[in-house]
Design a binder for this molecule. Sequence first.
Ligand code: S3P
Ligand code: PEP
Length: 424
Amino acid sequence: MPDSYAVKPVSGPLDARIRPPGSKSITNRALVCAALAQGRSHLTGVLHSDDTRVMIEGLGKLGIAVEPAGDASLAVEGCGGEIPALEADLFIGNSGTTVRFLTALVTLGHGAFRLDGVPRMRERPIGDLADALNALGAKVQCESPGGCPPVEVHANGLPGGAAAVRGDISSQFLSGLMMAAPCADRPVELSVNGELVSKPYVAMTLEVMRAFGADGAAADDLSSFSIPCSGYRACDYAIEPDASAASYFWAAAAIAGGTVTVEGLSMDALQGDVHVVDCLEKMGCRVERQADAISVTGGSLHGAELDMNAISDTAQTIAAVALFAEGPTTITGIGHNRHKETDRIGDLAVELRKLGATVDEHDDGMTITPGSLRPAEVATYDDHRMAMSLALVGLRQPGVVILDPGCTSKTYPEFFRDLESITA
Ligand SMILES: O=C(O)C1=C[C@@H](OP(=O)(O)O)[C@@H](O)[C@H](O)C1
Ligand SMILES: C=C(OP(=O)(O)O)C(=O)O
């Protein structure tokens, strides 16, 4: 990828269909469950990107073979809950799911394991996961201030029992604990302290675990879980297209006008991020929800008040749309977005202002008041979502240049090719 990408404004309303690549979140969960399962699993619709590569490489270093099995398909030789490697140094880039899920997974092993990533990963919290694993009898230590990676694990199986985990920083702590739990020595009881953010991802974790034969009972509000020592069974598992990636195409219709249909997703998807279309509808778009596709048609856009706690990966997408709306848009409930690839409130505000908006930053979100848009070189902070969302502004505003467009490789290496395919 070159150092910058000049977005080409569209010449008229869109009329396109697209199927984005597989879900990052489901791919990395299916890999973990398949890795721990008894037997050989086949995963289809897999996402190939930085975040899934570091997961696959990590599992490889733990002695769990993940092999290509055709287009977007992988075969995983499960270890039946017995991690083969006795030691491993895992490099997990800036993948939150990988570092949180594998930290929990390696506690099931016997030996010394270390997980580390890029400099930003050393600022992303994991201490509350370490505390919960330690309450279950593990030995996990975080080396960076504030409880951040590198993480050292001295594993001798996970005894199990009861633990509480904090829910308001990242739901990935809970998901990591849940996926390791069926392979612990004793049943695991988990309770969540504080408000649980990103809830649909926890429901997704349970669904993927169940597909691989693990059982788990959850309170209706996802505040507590009982997970027996069932282990996992290998299976053939089909992964949905990525709904966070789909948000850019739906938002393209909102911004450029016309209709974009995303194939392979419905409102029953495992991914909560499909509900970004509800936000677009509130802002004036028309949404058609079909059994295996969701279409968005652009309309006259107006600002809205949106609690995006459950779907925070799409907050940047909505922020880009807000620049074209009549009146202010307020996004709330996304305080946890400050701990992601970058500070997705503060840094997003800086870039939106460059494009001409007035932005009031709040602890848990922002109010975006559109102004006259202007050309800008948009910095992306090594955050794929900053690049993908703010590129959409250039579909209508000439002169938008995205710096370091290659950062989309974290979850969507072919993003700009696909964006061109729907706007051509
Ligand atoms: O569990 C998952 O797959 C994810 C959970 C969310 O993180 P938080 O729980 O940290 O909000 C989300 O932002 C991330 O992209 C993927
Ligand atoms: C926050 C994200 O990823 P992760 O936390 O898995 O690094 C993301 O993909 O937007």
